[in-house]
Design a protein around this ligand. Structure first.
Ligand code: PMP
Length: 456
């Protein structure tokens, strides 16, 4: 990929201008109330990521149910963004709504466990196979705490990430491999300490580079997603995970698998579906049905070593945990999600419709003759505006076609389809309908057909 997506700049620009005009004309309420920014907020939004959408200004959400979202201008959207995975099991799943209502009358946070904690502890152990768990509030936090434990029990300072990774706003993961050099990720603000001193980065699927980076025994932990989903989606080569496990064990390095996005694979994540054997496991975003919560777990071996480190460490603050972590509301919602929402039947539906979406988009791309491809990990589907498959973060970075992707996203939105910003990710939830999937395929065909007129 050269970043063009095989489409002329003039055609992309023309589509973007037309779609921006159409958006502005069809969103008078949002234009009046948000247009130049909501007063009181820096950049006019309560969280600056809300400015990263391709619309000229964000719309206001009035209601969301299942996979359908309604805005204050009356547009009804098929939602394939689903809060960028936070609502991967649909908006306000009924069991979660009921759990919220029930807990609302019993107190929300008291830094003490409830009955739900007993159920959740058992469910996590059964479902993900690791025996020791903690609850945090975000995937970012869970990763930070797990990395701290990894350093504590190994007595090593360094960690290793794969190029193109994202694990939340975890300082030590913000590195990139650019032209063979380890550098801070472009765009990072206020970074005073040199992250490249503590973090090694190699390409995903590069077993010799991984072996070389682990061989001196200084790396505490490799943290990775089973499939890279935060650049353009990169699948592991056959045998890559086996090699990763073998090399980490050989060098006494812990393996942390971050399932926050790949939980799209099945009820036990990619780990269970593919028999990975992580020492540590993280899952955030949808684990409590959209209520902020995350989990991190580890093996007996890690727990024993942690006990022994703690026995030698003076009492004081561990550097882990936050005040609202594992609050009663989060535990109630997590229990409802694990018991009633993340069910095999729900995944069967997600699998069937996401396969249909993958096939439909691929067919459009092939029939128009665009140099694009489609990747899928369970209920997570992505179209990539470059030839595939991609094998590592550098290829994924080069495959990004920023202006083209933004124009497509906005054009889809104007056709009633919401997909995630930053990448071309589409999620199918248990309440997504076949009609919504077919509408997405049809809208994609319409937009791709317009773009094909500027094929290079
Ligand atoms: N891990 C992975 C794999 C993610 O994709 C993300 C968010 N995109 C995170 C962690 C961080 O999640 P949060 O922003 O909820 O902390």
């Amino acid at each position: 990929g050269d970043g063009s997506g095989g489409i002329s700049t003039a055609t992309i620009h023309a589509l973007m201008v037309a779609e921006r005009t159409r958006y502005a004309a069809t969103h008078p309420d949002a234009a009046a109330r948000v247009g130049t920014g909501v007063p009181g907020f820096y950049q006019g939004v309560p969280m600056h990521w809300m400015r990263d959408w391709p619309m000229p200004f964000p719309f206001l959400v009035a209601n969301a149910q299942g996979a359908t979202l309604t805005d204050t201008d009356g547009h009804v959207l098929a939602d394939f963004c689903l809060g960028d995975t936070g609502s991967m099991f649909g908006h306000s799943p009924e069991p979660v709504r009921d759990a919220i209502i029930a807990q609302a009358g019993r107190g929300l946070t008291y830094m003490l466990p409830t009955d739900d904690a007993i159920a959740v502890g058992r469910l996590l152990t059964e479902r993900f196979g690791l025996p020791h768990w903690q609850v945090a509030t975000t995937a970012t936090d869970a990763n930070r705490f797990a990395l701290r434990v990894a350093r504590a029990v190994t007595g090593r300072g360094k960690i290793l990430v794969f190029n193109g990774c994202y694990h939340g706003t975890v300082d030590e993961t913000f590195v990139r491999l650019i032209d063979g050099a380890t550098v801070h990720r472009p765009g990072l603000l206020g970074q005073y300490t040199d992250l490249t001193a503590q973090t090694r980065v190699v390409e995903f699927n590069d077993i010799p580079a991984l072996e070389a980076a682990l061989s001196d025994g200084q790396v505490a932990c490799v943290i990775t997603e089973p499939v890279l989903t935060n650049c353009c989606m990169v699948l592991p080569d056959p045998g890559f995970h086996a090699a990763l496990r073998r090399l980490t064990r050989q060098s006494g390095t812990l393996l942390l698998i971050d399932e926050t996005h790949t939980i799209s694979t099945g009820p036990g994540g990619y780990t269970t579906a593919y028999g990975l054997e992580p020492d540590m496991f993280v899952l955030g975003k949808p684990v409590a049905g959209g209520v902020p919560a995350s989990i991190w777990g580890f093996s007996d071996d890690v727990a024993l070593r942690l006990d022994s480190v703690r026995a030698r460490t003076p009492a004081g603050h561990s550097g882990m945990g936050t005040t609202l972590s594992a609050n009663a509301l989060a535990l109630a919602c997590m229990r409802a999600t694990l018991e009633q929402v993340m069910a095999p039947e729900a995944y069967a539906h997600m699998e069937r419709l996401s396969a249909r979406l993958e096939a439909g988009l691929s067919q459009v791309i092939t029939s128009i003759g665009l140099p694009w491809h489609v990747v899928r990990v369970g209920a997570r589907v992505e179209f990539i505006c470059a030839p595939g498959p991609l094998r590592n973060g550098t290829q994924a970075e080069a495959a990004h076609a920023g202006p083209l992707e933004q124009a497509i996203h906005l054009a889809l939105l104007n056709r009633g389809i919401l997909i995630a910003p930053f990448h071309n990710m589409m999620l199918v939830c248990p309440l997504t309908t076949q009609a919504q999937v077919d509408a997405l395929i049809a809208a994609f065909a319409d937009v791709a057909g317009i773009l094909a007129q500027g094929k290079l």
